[in-house]
Design a protein around this ligand. Structure first.
Ligand SMILES: *Cc1c(COP(=O)(O)O)cnc(C)c1O
Length: 372
């Protein structure tokens, strides 16, 4: 260890962005005036409208978190049987499938974007398959065209776990505009947040009433409950946080871009790193994470440990794979590429207010620890 490189305070892998306090306070004062705390309050409605503008989509609904949004999407689509999904994701994706009484069928990933390998997807389709639940990992879009083509051919629903991709665009088109439904997470650790929160964007306007009912106990009118619903509503304090953060989102993403570019500049030539995040030319990125791949698991694990001595806290994300969770032992399957990535991946600190000097220092520490 090189003591002089130690950072004088802990640098975590992520840090929630807090908006200007006065701005949040203004919204909160409105809550005291209206005395409306939850159930489609005025801030909730305003937040929805502002998000429609920002994401450039016409159909969306808000939820108390991303996970319940995803479960609600599955329920709203009336799915039964098998869902093809990726093992390289957060536990939430697989849990949403299994909690909905469906069977996850895992498909390996591709090495450029770490998203589901569409060349292997078709071989997993059976007469039981009802949907594809793919994840835009670390803000990189899946192979949208191929997924759409396969879904059409086999008459499958397409759900995207877009938890990582708030604000991402492909050829100028919002990522929220693909698939039947997309789920965004507004958890505090994400690029954009409402403390906790979630959003579904969807193509079929007919889903709107059903989603609204499902997140409110299945209640469809004062005297009728038509669905076995849940409670997944977003409250006014969450909406106030979301509205405040939405005002600076473009600025926040630019700051992240600078962090991203600083990492690339200082880590580009490090031999021990086999992969730095890709950029795609036609994609407007949101710089949600900064994952690197080391050459082997031992180097990754050692680096993860040794960085702690410098006050730098990285995350092995996603490790382990969902197929390696003890609760999913019955689905254990060989996923060679996902396993390869999962054993070597390390997410470096990435957040809006991470200072350039600190990023440079983290890079110096990494280079020293990797012997370069
Ligand atoms: C954060 C996240 C979720 C869950 O979102 P919550 O808002 O925390 O419930 C689901 N999938 C992925 C890939 C995530 O990163």
């Amino acid at each position: 260890m090189l003591t002089e490189l130690k950072i004088d305070r802990p640098i975590h892998v992520t840090k929630p962005k807090l908006p200007d306090f006065e701005l949040y306070k203004e919204y909160i004062e409105g809550i005291w005036e209206n005395q409306w705390l939850t159930n489609d309050g005025p801030l909730h409605e305003q937040f929805k409208e502002n998000l429609k503008d920002y994401l450039n989509v016409s159909n969306l609904e808000l939820f108390t978190n991303g996970h319940l949004a995803l479960e609600t999407a599955i329920k709203a689509l009336d799915l039964k049987g098998e869902v093809i999904t990726t093992p390289f994701t957060f536990a939430s994706t697989t849990h949403a499938i299994v909690n909905s009484g469906l069977t996850p069928v895992f498909c390996d990933i591709e090495m450029d974007s770490f998203t589901i390998d569409t060349d292997q997807l078709e071989k997993h389709i059976t007469s039981q398959t009802c949907a594809i639940l793919a994840v835009h990992v670390f803000g990189l879009p899946c192979n949208l065209e191929k997924i759409e083509e396969l879904a059409k051919k086999h008459n499958l629903a397409v759900i995207y776990d877009a938890a990582h991709t708030f604000g991402v665009e492909i050829n100028g088109r919002s990522i929220a505009d693909f698939g039947d439904v997309s789920m965004f997470s507004f958890h505090s650790t994400k690029v954009f947040h409402s403390i906790e929160g979630g959003l579904l964007s969807f193509q079929d306007e007919g889903l709107k009433q059903k989603l609204k009912a499902l997140k409110n106990f299945g209640i469809t009118s004062q005297d009728s409950v038509d669905y076995v619903g849940t409670n997944a509503k977003m409250n006014e304090f969450q909406a106030a946080m979301g509205l405040s953060n939405l005002q600076t989102i473009d600025e926040d993403i630019s700051k992240r871009k600078l962090v991203h570019e600083t990492y690339i500049e200082h880590l580009n030539s490090v031999e021990a790193i086999r992969h730095l995040p890709n950029s795609m030319e036609n994609v407007k990125h949101n710089y949600s994470y900064f994952p690197i791949l080391l050459h082997d698991q031992e180097t990754r694990d050692q680096l993860h440990e040794s960085l702690k001595n410098y006050n730098v806290f990285t995350r092995k994300y996603f490790y382990p794979l969902c197929t390696d969770f003890s609760c999913y032992a019955e689905y254990q399957e060989d996923m060679p590429k996902a396993t390869f990535v999962s054993e070597r991946i390390l997410c470096l600190p990435m957040y809006t207010e991470l200072e350039t000097e600190i990023v440079q220092q983290i890079c110096s520490i990494i280079r020293f620890e990797l012997g370069e």
